[in-house]
Write a new protein. Structure first.
Length: 145
């Protein structure tokens, strides 16, 4: 037959053991660091960005600096290969060919003297195009002068 006293005893035992195991489980050092929220830096230099990355992810500053250096070198390598490299939701980095210019006559604005401006060769210049979403976000940003 069914005994009410037995069912309550068995129901309480798993609850106690579950509570005991939850209390006994130690929290690792990495879990404590991840829970801690890092504050955005005032200045955005490579050093402060690596410090923020280290604090927010619970890694050493040296490892964070190596990660940033690797990302920047990958972007640089991609641009040098001629690719349009996406940089998150910010935009794309690429190299553009600036066309050659012919020699022409111009004027010195101070003296008014006419002079010959020499021709320039075709060159490659780095460019960055921002995404539409980022441009709209900047319009809404609070910027202090």
């Amino acid at each position: 037959m069914y005994n009410m006293a037995q069912s309550t005893k068995t129901a309480k035992k798993p609850a106690k053991t579950a509570a005991k195991t939850a209390v006994k489980k130690p929290v690792s050092v990495k879990e404590k660091k991840v829970e801690k929220k890092a504050v955005l830096p005032e200045k955005f230099t490579l050093t402060t960005m690596s410090a923020y990355l280290a604090d927010s992810r619970g890694i050493s500053r040296k490892e964070a600096r190596e990660i940033l250096d690797t990302v920047f070198s990958m972007i640089e390598a991609g641009v040098i290969q001629g690719a349009r490299v996406p940089v998150g939701n910010l935009g794309k980095v690429f190299a553009k060919i600036k066309p050659a210019t012919k020699a022409r006559m111009g004027r010195n604005p101070r003296t008014g003297e006419t002079m010959k401006i020499p021709a320039k060769k075709e060159t490659k210049v780095p460019r960055f195009s921002f995404t539409k979403a980022f441009k709209e976000a900047v319009l809404k940003a609070k910027i202090s002068k």
